[in-house]
Design a protein around this ligand. Structure first.
Ligand code: ADP
Length: 886
């Protein structure tokens, strides 16, 4: 029977331990993949598939990548969602007896990759652990590239989903209970482009996780870490840590702290609100351009960019914290020159957090240390400028910012200014840093002088004019003599190699010199490597100080960015109140105004409170600017709670615990739900979770269904929201059901607004100005005309409008508003030709006999086919409505 070769046996044994990974197996200068892995990798990486004799009859499929190109290929596979195990040679092949020993030294997965090619600068790369037990979801997220490590717990699936989207992890690990909980994992995977895997139970043992965390943070008990209230969260954090240990196989010293947080610390933003308000990516194109973050982000460093993103995703709810940020921004605004100077010093600062990650991981190369040093050079300047400031937050930052001069000095003294990337080939350590290194370097250069002298001497004594000492890796140093001078070669030249037109020789003296030079070089290279590692470890030991400083730099960056934006875009400092009043004078939509050329945007006021002005019903034709106005109010409120200044002439913002939006008919094709179902699920979520302190933005509720149902739902929703016993939240409610304007005056706290348009003959002009009162017309035909619908259709529509007046439906709505919905008036149809839209709509009480009668009375001969069809359709709808309402 055919026998597997020893190497293949070793390969398969290793592979068995990493069944879910692609195994990169080091063979000489290549990482090779075999069997199934080779098929996958050759397809995904577009590299050639070959075969290798493995002892069996059939050759094993194989493909490979050169070792020096590892990182690029790794990133590609990991970004496509694969996990890769790196099987490295762990013995020197030169000295190994028999088969070289190999071990998996690292497993790279989407949530744990630290390679900068694979990471987006301004975004954290999170691994998330989720544990589900006893109705509680424990959540922990970690970014190994920066050292961020957080933990929390939530009780409902919806809150869990909100947390997941807030962090948008690239990988989720979870326990089986979560995996089987029925949450739509495929949907999550698709939307997040994340891998989700359930891990073995051993990762989730309570005792094991606690011990692991205690050991990692060197503490006796977990209370000190603030984890006592997070039993399930602790398990999630433990599982994340263990997973990191097992994949990274490295010290995780830069995970210096774990931060527990409660979802109640921040303004709650559910997933659809986050999307609808286009905070960090646009709804359709999923781009940054056109989002709030795009407007606010003028940060100079990657750390600042990441922090600003998390600020936007987590607005504050405590007044003091907001004021601290505001005051810092205000002070920066007033000190323009100092602020500009800070910006200049921030500009050259590299991503300290991620550099530190690589330093801790021992993957940082000499150039990384130089980038690190160059960044540190900026710190004393920034600290110095910050000393001028008096506001609480800037003073705090100044205190936290450690100029790390000792580390800068260390790198300055040890590492040359323009070192190579490679750590093994010398050329890293400066003269004067280490005596032995200096001596070896000297011997190496001396040796080179001796070589030159020897070459000169032999040239003269042999008379070979073009005699040269050359070097290559295989043969070392040698004399090269072209064939034309072959006769002059003396006896003591020992032949090493023959080429077509030249011969290569050595001599005893040349060998001697070679030994000195090579010996010195070998020793120097390994000594330099050792010294470099010492310097790197010396920096890694200061991880806490560096992280604090990095945090201070990031915060400085965020605050200066917000200050720059505030001045450039003419924002004001909003006052913050706890009385629930939102009062904005001449507010603007922060993004739309940027998209428009100067001064085109029409500013508008907003006034909402917990009393008489709780609910604004906003009517107006399509395209008038209803959505823009409502989003602008939400965004200004959100910006104020982030601590930012806001686009308005004046603003007083009452703290909101949550903002909810239900905007537009967002197509949710990915989840396979109907638009109406999505809409109603969102409405349900809002009504269940909103509180009196929430701000609700509801756009065209009920649009996704028939007029009859839609109006009824919208009506009932307004009733519910405006009722202080039930909800009483501040609400902007845009609708095309003019009937809802009847609610003003009959329901407390409800007011009508509309966005003004001016009629000009047949056309309309949008004035974009919000005014009191309800719109009396919908101008649908004018808007259709503006959109370029053919004239013929427009004309026909006008005719129809005349016939299908909606006066009756409005009258009916009025009746209900006055008498209450309990009383249903019976409207009898007088004549069959009065069949109009009304009858398919609200509270139609027609009986089946009526419809049969109408049918009998129809003069079919005199009807056009279209008329006949329309009439039939209407009858059918009426019957359906009737049955639904019985
Ligand atoms: P609606 O929700 O009423 O259909 P939108 O809010 O979508 O209308 O606004 C339609 C367009 O009108 C927007 O794309 C925007 O370009 C423009 N617009 C809206 N509000 C304003 C404003 N206040 N000033 C200038 N243009 C505006």
């Amino acid at each position: 029977m055919a026998q597997l070769s020893p190497m293949m046996t070793q390969y398969l044994e290793t592979k068995k331990q990493y069944p879910d990974c692609i195994l990169f197996y080091r063979l000489g200068d290549f990482y090779e993949m075999f069997f199934e892995d080779a098929l996958t990798a050759s397809r995904e990486l577009e590299i050639t598939l070959t075969g290798k004799d493995c002892g069996l009859e059939e050759r094993a499929p194989m493909c490979g990548v050169p070792y020096h190109a590892l990182e690029g290929y790794l990133s590609k596979l990991v970004q496509k969602g694969y996990k890769v195990a790196i099987g490295e040679q762990v013995e020197d092949p030169k000295t190994a007896k028999g088969l070289v020993k190999r071990e998996v030294i690292r497993v790279v997965t989407p949530g744990t990759i630290t390679n900068s090619q694979a990471l987006e600068e301004s975004k954290n790369n999170y691994l998330m652990g989720i544990v589900y037990t006893d109705g509680i979801f424990g959540i922990s997220v970690a970014d190994v590239s920066t050292g961020d490590y957080l933990v929390t717990e939530v009780k409902s699936e919806r809150n869990l989903i909100d947390e997941i989207y807030k962090f948008s992890p690239s990988e989720i690990i979870c326990n089986e209970a979560f995996y089987m909980s029925g949450i739509d994992l495929d949907d999550l995977k698709n939307r997040l482009h994340a891998v989700i895997s359930d891990l073995d139970n051993r990762f989730f043992s309570d005792e094991f996780c606690r011990k692991l965390l205690r050991d990692h943070f060197h503490v006796e008990n977990l209370e000190g870490l603030g984890l006592s209230d997070y039993e399930t969260g602790t398990i999630a954090a433990g599982a994340v840590l263990q997973y990191l240990y097992e994949t990274q196989k490295n010290s995780l010293e830069h995970l210096t702290r774990i931060t527990p947080y409660t979802t109640g610390q921040f303004m709650m933003l559910d997933t659809s609100t986050r999307r609808n308000l286009e905070l960090i990516e646009t709804l359709r194109e999923k781009q940054k351009r056109g989002t709030l973050l795009w407007v606010l982000d003028k940060t100079k460093t990657a750390m600042g960019a990441r922090m600003l993103r998390s600020f936007v995703e987590q607005p504050l709810i405590h007044k003091e914290e907001i004021l601290k940020r505001q005051n810092a921004i205000e002070e920066l605004n007033m000190n323009y020159i100092s602020r500009e100077e800070i910006c200049e010093y921030l500009n050259p600062i590299y991503d300290l957090e991620r550099l530190l990650g690589r330093i801790s991981y021992k993957t940082a190369n000499p150039r990384d240390l130089i980038s690190f040093r160059n960044s540190l050079e900026m710190l004393p300047h920034i600290k110095h400028i910050l000393k001028e400031f008096r506001s609480e937050l800037l003073t705090e930052i100044e205190g936290q910012l450690d100029p790390l001069e000792d580390l800068k000095k260390l790198i300055d003294e040890a590492i040359i200014d323009d070192p190579p990337v490679s750590v093994r080939d010398g050329g890293i350590i400066k003269d004067g840093f280490h005596e032995e290194a200096d001596r070896l370097r000297h011997a190496k250069t001396e040796g080179k002088t001796w070589l030159a002298e020897l070459e000169q001497k032999e040239k003269e004594s042999t008379g070979i004019k073009n005699l040269k000492i050359k070097y290559n890796k295989v043969f070392g140093y040698y004399f090269e003599v072209t064939n034309s001078f072959k006769d002059l070669v003396p006896d003591y030249f020992i032949r090493k190699q023959t080429l077509t037109n030249a011969e290569r020789y050595t001599t005893d003296r040349l060998k001697e010199l070679e030994d000195v030079i090579m010996g010195a070089e070998d020793k120097l290279f390994s000594l330099e490597y050792e010294l470099f590692c010492q310097v790197r470890d010396g920096i890694a030991a200061e991880v806490k100080r560096i992280q604090e400083t990095a945090h201070a730099v990031a915060l400085t960056d965020v605050l200066t960015s917000l200050s720059v934006v505030a001045i450039r875009n003419n924002y004001v400092k909003p006052s913050i109140n706890e009385k629930g009043i939102i009062h904005i004078k001449n507010g603007r939509h922060p993004v739309v105004e940027q998209m428009m050329s100067g001064g085109m945007f029409v500013a508008n006021d907003t006034y909402l409170d917990n009393g008489k002005n709780r609910v604004s019903i906003i009517t107006g034709p399509n395209m008038a600017g209803k959505s823009t106005y409502m989003r602008q109010t939400a965004l200004i409120t959100l910006m104020a709670q982030v601590g930012s200044f806001v686009p308005a002439d004046e603003a007083d913002i009452g703290l909101c615990d949550r903002i909810f939006t239900r905007v537009g008919a967002s197509d949710d094709l990915a989840s396979g739900q109907s638009t109406f179902m999505v809409e109603m699920t969102e409405v349900a979520n809002i009504l269940r979770n909103a509180t009196r302190s929430s701000l609700l933005i509801l756009d065209e509720i009920g649009r996704g269904t028939s007029t009859f149902d839609g109006l009824s739902i919208a009506w009932a929703v307004v009733e519910y929201i405006s009722n202080t016993k039930l909800l009483g939240a501040k609400t902007l409610f845009a609708t095309h059901y003019h009937e809802l304007t009847e609610l003003e005056g009959t329901m407390s706290g409800v007011n009508n607004y509309c966005i003004a348009v001016k009629e000009q003959g047949d056309d309309i002009v949008f004035l974009r100005k919000i005014v009191k009162g309800g719109a009396d017309k919908s101008y649908g035909i004018q808007v259709a005309k503006l959109a370029g619908v053919p004239e013929l259709v427009i004309e026909r529509a006008k005719e129809l409008v005349e016939e299908l007046s909606d006066a009756d439906i409005t009258a009916r709505a009025k009746e209900i508003a006055e008498n209450g919905p309990g009383i249903v008036a019976h409207k009898k149809l007088s004549k069959p030709d009065e069949v109009d839209l009304l009858q398919m709509s609200i509270f139609d009480t027609v009986s089946e006999e009526d419809i049969i009668k109408e049918l009998m009375e129809l003069e079919i001969n005199r009807m056009s086919p279209i008329d006949a069809l329309t009439t039939l359709d209407k009858m059918q709808s009426r019957l359906r409505n009737r049955w639904v309402n019985q």
